[in-house]
Design a protein around this ligand. Structure first.
Ligand code: SF4
Length: 96
């Protein structure tokens, strides 16, 4: 869920193994790694701050922070939550 909207759903193990939505990917990437050998490993964190819940961004609420932003589409219309597989759904224009 991002800014009050469900952006991805499915079985926990499947999502953690292969997150689809860019925000879910960022969340999974931010999970602390207890292995000290990985302490210098680069983690991509989306720029910016979470949006206002009172006045969220137009279109996809994640678009101001998304590294895959599609100009003219992502800010124009809110993507619907669509079923990708039996147990997976995602709200993102990167998926058909
Ligand atoms: S709909 Fe666009 S802005 Fe939103 S997560 Fe997908 S690619 Fe990023």
């Amino acid at each position: 869920m991002y800014a009050g909207k469900i952006v991805e759903s499915g079985h926990t193990r499947e999502i953690l193994k292969a997150p689809l939505h860019p925000y879910t990917q960022a969340l999974v990437s931010a999970i602390p790694d207890p292995n000290p050998e990985n302490r210098m490993r680069h983690r991509s964190v989306p720029a910016g701050e979470p949006p206002s819940a009172v006045s969220p961004p137009s279109g996809c609420r994640f678009h101001p922070r998304c590294p895959h932003f599609i100009k003219g589409k992502c800010e124009a219309e809110e993507p619907r939550l669509i079923k990708i597989k039996d147990s997976r759904s995602v709200a993102c224009y990167l998926y058909p």
